[in-house]
Design a protein around this ligand. Structure first.
Ligand code: ATP
Length: 241
């Protein structure tokens, strides 16, 4: 469904954040992209969503294909309209708007009845934010904000959902709720997922395939099960010794 071919990304025309990265996300799968701080994970997601090139000095080479069609170079709005949506790291909610207003912003490409269905789906997955739907997003807990951020992306009915560190800084119970929702949507509506995580344990339990990135390069990839039993992955990412 999604293919990155030989992607190289420079910041400030010189800092090589991503080096010759090729990866694939097959239709209906959950794929994890793992790596430590500064490895280049968010940069790759930004490239896929089309939000690179916004600042001077950001340069990308290589190609990104969605269903065989080139999307690298397309405007972020056009990429969203093709069904590719991202939950950004840090959530980026509209703090002064209510929960429901934030969700409706995510449904801006949809008809009124599709948006109403979308709200039902999101509130079904996350009853906790239904209770808070008239409150402004800025006053929610971190976990509730993450649910709203995921819900806002779901309002756009993604065919491919990209999540940037959804577990970051959240209590285990909230992380479970969010990951259960992702697994359910993948199983029931064949939503494809690209998951960026530092929590390798969680990511490799959720995904069927994983890529490991270090200093901008993919150093290892394979079925999640194989990665879980790989000695280097166990030592460096799963905390076994
Ligand atoms: P984290 O988990 O900490 O978010 P990451 O794997 O997502 O890390 P990136 O944010 O993609 O990593 O950063 C990759 C590299 O590019 C890092 O060395 C970072 O300092 C650099 N970088 C990121 N954004 C910019 C920018 N706007 N200008 C210059 N360098 C940048």
């Amino acid at each position: 469904m999604l293919a990155l071919n030989n992607i190289q990304i420079l910041y400030d025309r010189a800092i090589e954040a991503v080096r010759d990265v090729s990866l694939e996300v097959a239709q209906g799968t959950i794929v994890a992209l793992l790596g430590s701080n500064g490895a280049g994970k968010s940069t790759i997601l930004k490239a896929i969503s089309g939000v690179l090139y916004q600042e001077d000095g950001e340069i990308m080479s290589g190609s990104i294909l969605l269903d065989g069609e080139r999307i690298s170079g397309a405007a972020p709005r056009d990429i969203v309209c093709k069904g590719l949506l991202q939950v950004p790291e840090g959530r980026a909610l509209f703090a002064t708007l209510t929960v429901e207003e934030n969700l409706l912003m995510g449904g801006f490409t949809r008809s009124r009845s599709e948006a109403a269905d979308g709200l039902d789906t999101v509130y079904g997955l996350f009853p906790r934010i239904k209770e808070r739907r008239t409150q402004v997003a800025g006053y929610l807990s971190g976990g509730e904000q993450q649910m709203v951020a995921v819900g806002r992306a779901l309002m756009g009915r993604p065919r491919l959902l990209m999540l940037d560190e959804p577990s970051l800084g959240l209590a285990p119970q909230i992380v479970d709720t969010i990951f259960e929702a992702i697994i359910k949507l993948n199983a029931e509506s064949a939503m494809t997922v690209l998951l960026v995580e530092q929590n390798a344990q969680l990511a490799l339990q959720t995904a069927s395939y994983g890529y490991i990135i270090e200093n901008g390069r993919i150093v290892l990839d394979g079925p999640a099960e194989k990665l879980r039993s790989n000695n280097d992955v166990q030592e460096f990412y799963l905390g076994f010794s």
